[in-house]
Design a protein around this ligand. Structure first.
Ligand SMILES: O=C(O)[C@H](O)[C@@H](O)[C@H](O)[C@H](O)COP(=O)(O)O
Length: 252
């Protein structure tokens, strides 16, 4: 992994602006190179932070028809349930851009968490097999173009939490958790080997709730002690942080 790029921005609105420019540039670059752009969404505040993409110039300049959308983690609830990350993303972003419905990959409904994770992993493997997605030559896992990753106040990313074994998974691409400390408890999640096979990862972290974990991850003692899940985000491609001044308040 190359050195992470860290954008220290003033407000959440500056983060939203910088993130929109970064995503639009990557979209143009990946579509020119491969004819598609695979994007992985987190839940949480990230979806609202994508709002500037819904405005000019991006809404018109991006070739939305080439986007493929995946979910970094998902709550195992129906897709129209208020807890669903798909619903959050659909209502706040996906319904407002012309991405073909067939390019959006929500989890399958009415499965157990374990079945839903296995099914999602199989679908990713099929997309690799038919060359819709690339493979990392180093890890053999799918190589998604861009993962947009949020972080919880405890330093979790996706549904990979501090004291839960899923963070150590080495073989599976997608796993499940039935006792997530952040409700709701049943979820599926990308694993670290899949996350870290990404070409580009944006860590999008705003608000003072994140300050303690940002201090641990990016402060002078970052290499001491037991790493938070966010410290395991080390893509073979490039990692770019987007932070506002509240999130970095512990570093000053
Ligand atoms: O299912 C979820 O809730 C998420 O995907 C989760 O990993 C989220 O990204 C972080 O908890 C940050 O959430 P906030 O941005 O709301 O702090």
């Amino acid at each position: 992994m190359s050195q992470p790029v860290i954008h220290n921005l003033e407000t959440e609105s500056h983060v939203a602006d910088a993130l929109a420019t970064y995503i639009a540039d990557l979209s143009a670059k990946f579509i020119a190179a491969n004819g598609s752009f695979s994007v992985v969404l987190s839940g949480g505040t990230l979806i609202d932070t994508l709002r500037k993409l819904l405005e000019p110039p991006y809404i018109k300049s991006i070739d939305w028809s080439k986007w493929l959308i995946f979910f970094l983690d998902e709550r195992v609830v129906p897709l129209d349930h208020p807890d669903s990350n798909y619903k959050l993303a659909y209502d706040g972003f996906l319904s407002k851009v012309p991405i073909p419905k067939s390019n959006i990959y929500p989890i399958k409904e009415n499965l157990s968490p374990e079945e839903a994770a296995d099914e999602y992993e199989q679908r990713l493997k099929q997309l690799v097999a038919n060359n819709t997605l690339k493979t990392s030559p180093t890890t053999g896992f799918a190589k998604l173009d861009l993962m947009l990753v949020g972080m919880g106040p405890d330093g979790h990313v996706a549904s990979l939490f501090c004291w839960h074994f899923q963070r150590f998974e080495k073989k599976k691409w997608v796993t499940f958790i039935t006792d997530s400390p952040k409700p709701p408890p049943p979820r599926i999640t990308f694993t670290f080997p899949l996350i870290n096979s990404a070409d580009q990862i944006a860590m999008v972290v705003t608000g003072e709730d994140a300050a303690d974990a940002v201090k641990v991850a990016l402060g002078e003692h970052a290499s001491f002690g037991y790493p938070l899940p966010v410290q395991k985000v080390k893509p073979e491609g490039k990692l770019t942080w987007f932070l506002d001044s509240e999130a970095t308040s512990g570093l000053k």
